[in-house]
Ligand binder design. Structure first.
Ligand SMILES: Cc1cc2nc3c(=O)[nH]c(=O)nc-3n(C[C@H](O)[C@H](O)[C@H](O)COP(=O)(O)OP(=O)(O)OC[C@H]3O[C@@H](n4cnc5c(N)ncnc54)[C@H](O)[C@@H]3O)c2cc1C
Ligand SMILES: *[C@@H]1O[C@H](CO)[C@@H](O)[C@H](O)[C@H]1NC(C)=O
Ligand SMILES: *[C@@H]1O[C@H](CO)[C@@H](O)[C@H](O)[C@H]1NC(C)=O
Ligand SMILES: *[C@@H]1O[C@H](CO)[C@@H](O)[C@H](O)[C@H]1NC(C)=O
Ligand SMILES: *[C@@H]1O[C@H](CO)[C@@H](O)[C@H](O)[C@H]1NC(C)=O
Ligand SMILES: *[C@@H]1O[C@H](CO)[C@@H](O)[C@H](O)[C@H]1NC(C)=O
Ligand SMILES: *[C@@H]1O[C@H](CO)[C@@H](O)[C@H](O)[C@H]1NC(C)=O
Ligand SMILES: *[C@@H]1O[C@H](CO)[C@@H](O)[C@H](O)[C@H]1NC(C)=O
Ligand SMILES: *[C@@H]1O[C@H](CO)[C@@H](O)[C@H](O)[C@H]1NC(C)=O
Ligand SMILES: *[C@@H]1O[C@H](CO)[C@@H](O)[C@H](O)[C@H]1NC(C)=O
Ligand SMILES: CC(=O)N[C@H]1CO[C@H](CO)[C@@H](O)[C@@H]1O
Length: 574
């Protein structure tokens, strides 16, 4: 049950006056208070406010981003990073990768959240992965419920016939909110890349959407083809609906913690949230239901400051435990990306930002010869995952689910020949990191550790994936275009050498998830299948942090679909 019974709602309203708020604060009220006007938060806010009788208040730490060309021009990937619409989260050195530091990691701090500053690739996961969400103990979260939600989120603009790009219309939504379109005019080398993948034993597919994410194809961007501007959760779900009187947003409002109405064990009741406004003044808002949509590094710290998390750890920071939930901030997953680049024999004109994805199973990465090695490593893994997640990953392997992505693009610098990038992405890392607060201070950054390659399976698999990419690059007709390897250095082709290349060069995909896991409580879960935080009556998490198994995709498309289905559940249970 998601909602509150009418009598309970009345009780809450009557009790509102008794809640202790910061002195002098102006108290606003809503049925739903959503913390974070990001990718997932605005989907939920939009769908709930379709009912004029339901009021929603969104607290967003950033501004509206209107007029910022670093958002609207999707080809300026990275321009927004390090500016005031980026949180710039500091991260810890990578213990299992020579203690290398990645410095700060980008996250959108603006209406639209990370959808406003990301790489703008728009694709979605595989049916086998979504069905594992359910198998982990989350009934109802499976491909047959996610696929309609994917379609509901998408407004697909088919390419022109002259663009020479394959697609399957019924795998896309045409009536949804996020605009999606291919980057037009694939360069001539694209057909040769596809041919080499096929010649090296891979498969070409007409369209990677629709639940079978296998093979090589073009993928869409989240953008309007009419004026080539980025589609974000703010342009898709908020700005066209901001006239709704029941849809309110407070900008420059950084939520710090939940204000409790009651902390009865097993039944804690939130009364609202405290936040710091633009002037550094603490304010409060009250609500019947509190939803955290502050993202994988934003939501767990708010739970911890509110007393929800590992009670021993919270006690060490002087925070009184409300719900002892040791999974909060644990189980952080992040797909890794390893640069593999070659110089071309020529300088090609590259319109906009077209790219190809080639999705392959572990079986395809290794070929039949070395599978026993990777199978025994997969069996032997003991440290990083719970038994439930380990079994889920073994099933994905057995089902030959996509596991390695080759993210392929050709770029042309201002001078000199073009560069082919075929990045190796590990879609299902077994290593798990964490995000935890370092003090009770509501605006201090948390400590973040990715823990990449904590599990040796991940390192070996990615090294083999790099060998597979080298094999494709050495296969005609693509091989004819390539002169020299840029990354790794020419001659680095053995597993040991590639493992060192990986440790020294792997970077983020920024697909962080899992830090407030949807899973049974005994498996370290934080929310139940209704997305309600265990031990609470009215606190929910709706963002990437609850996603239990990575999609074979860049994460935003899955987050949109996830949030559409979350909204459906909230409405059903109202
Ligand atoms: C640099 C980068 C590149 C990426 N590239 C791609 C890509 O090409 N394709 C793709 O599909 N995915 C990509 N992703 C991933 C994708 O964008 C994210 O997975 C997705 O947007 C996350 O959605 P979310 O709702 O969980 O969090 P967000 O969209 O990050 O939303 C969280 C929101 O909460 C707000 N917030 C946080 N804390 C507080 C607080 N205390 N009080 C108030 N508000 C708060 C934030 O400001 C933000 O608006 C990328 C991500 C990044 C960062
Ligand atoms: C856009 O990005 C560039 C490069 O990072 C930066 O110099 C500029 O200030 C940004 N513009 C805005 C409006 O933030
Ligand atoms: C990484 O840092 C830790 C802690 O400082 C240290 O114990 C370890 O030896 C370092 N590892 C490498 C490879 O330098
Ligand atoms: C998926 O979930 C829906 C909703 O609970 C359920 O009706 C359906 O049977 C499930 N499908 C599978 C294949 O488990
Ligand atoms: C998925 O698509 C690929 C490429 O078209 C095809 O080879 C494969 O048989 C499909 N798998 C399933 C399970 O449909
Ligand atoms: C692009 O088109 C959309 C839809 O017509 C419009 O809302 C938006 O303002 C346009 N953006 C720019 C930068 O022209
Ligand atoms: C809880 O935190 C303590 C102190 O940090 C730690 O020793 C313990 O392992 C944690 N418990 C769980 C179940 O993670
Ligand atoms: C809380 O943290 C912020 C950011 O690090 C800092 O500016 C502020 O002084 C801290 N407040 C207190 C009371 O320590
Ligand atoms: C596969 O096995 C061969 C022969 O034993 C070996 O040379 C090669 O390095 C192995 N490949 C991987 C990825 O382990
Ligand atoms: C580059 O290689 C391609 C493919 O082999 C070939 O068609 C083309 O003519 C070459 N271009 C130059 C400038 O050598
Ligand atoms: C499903 C899963 O892997 N849960 C783990 C989350 O993290 C906690 C704490 O590290 C583990 O105890 C769980 O097993």
């Amino acid at each position: 049950m998601l909602g509150l019974t009418p009598s309970f709602t009345a009780l809450v309203a009557a009790a509102a006056a008794c809640v202790q708020y910061a002195q002098g604060a102006t108290v606003q009220t809503a049925d739903y208070l959503i913390v974070g006007g990001g990718t997932a938060g605005l989907v939920l806010a939009n769908r709930l406010t379709e009912n004029p009788a339901v009021s929603v208040l969104v607290l967003e730490a950033g501004g509206d981003g209107l007029g910022n060309v670093n958002i609207s021009d999707y080809t300026r990937v990275g321009a927004a990073w390090g500016t005031d619409i980026d949180w710039q989260f500091p991260t810890q050195p990578l213990y299992y990768a020579n203690n290398r530091s990645l410095g700060s990691a980008p996250r959108g701090k603006v209406l639209g959240g990370s959808s406003a500053i990301n790489g703008d690739v728009f694709d979605r996961g595989d049916a086998r992965e979504y069905n594992e969400w359910q198998a982990l103990g989350n009934p109802g979260w499976n491909f047959s419920t996610i696929f309609p939600a994917e379609k509901q989120s998408e407004k697909f603009y088919p390419p022109d016939a002259s663009d020479d790009i394959d697609y399957v219309l019924d795998r896309h939504g045409t009536d949804g909110k996020v605009a999606s379109a291919f980057s037009i005019a694939a360069p001539p080398i694209h057909n040769d890349i596809i041919a080499s993948v096929v010649n090296a034993g891979g498969v070409e597919t007409a369209d990677l959407e629709g639940g079978n994410v296998t093979g090589i194809a073009h993928v869409t961007n989240a953008k309007l083809p009419t004026n080539e501007t980025r589609s974000t959760s703010a342009t898709a779900y908020y700005f066209p609906y901001s006239y709704r009187p029941n849809f309110k947003v407070i900008l420059h409002a950084t939520a710090t913690k939940i204000v409790w109405r009651s902390t009865t064990p097993g039944n804690a009741v939130a009364g609202g949230v405290e936040y710091v406004d633009q002037n550094g003044v603490t304010q409060s808002v009250s609500a019947n239901t509190v939803v955290l949509s502050a993202g994988s590094w934003g939501s767990p710290p708010i739970l911890e400051r509110s007393g929800i998390g590992n009670a021993t750890f919270l006690a060490s920071l002087g925070i009184k435990s409300v719900v002892d939930l040791p999974g909060v901030g644990e189980n952080l997953s992040e797909q890794t990306l390893v640069p593999m680049q070659w110089q071309l024999n020529t300088s090609l004109p590259i319109p906009r930002s077209p790219f190809l994805l080639n999705m392959e199973s572990i079986q395809k990465t290794f070929g039949p010869d070395n599978l026993s090695t990777i199978e025994s490593l997969l069996d032997a893994q003991t440290t990083s995952l719970s038994n439930a997640l380990h079994e889920a990953h073994k099933r994905l392997y057995q089902a030959e689910a996509p596991w390695i992505e080759q993210f392929i693009r050709v770029s042309t610098p201002a001078s000199g020949p073009s560069v082919l990038s075929m990045y190796a992405v590990n879609l299902h890392p077994l290593s798990r990191g964490y995000v935890h607060i370092v003090s009770a201070n509501g605006t201090e950054y948390p400590e973040i550790q990715y823990n990449w390659f904590q599990n040796p399976f991940d390192l070996y698999l990615v090294a083999a994936a790099c060998q597979r990419i080298q094999k494709i690059a050495n296969t005609p007709p693509l091989s004819g275009w390539l002169t020299t390897s840029i990354a790794p250095a020419p001659g680095v082709t053995d597993i040991a050498g590639l493992e060192e290349h990986i440790k020294n060069t792997a970077i983020q995909t920024n697909h962080i998830m899992g830090s407030a896991l949807m899973a049974p409580r005994e498996d370290g879960g934080v929310v139940d299948p209704d997305l309600k935080v265990y031990g609470t009556k009215n606190v929910y998490v709706v963002d990437a942090s609850v996603i239990p198994i990575e999609p074979a995709a860049h994460l935003q498309g899955t987050v949109y679909a996830f949030a559409e289905r979350a909204a459906e559940l909230f409405k059903q249970n109202q």
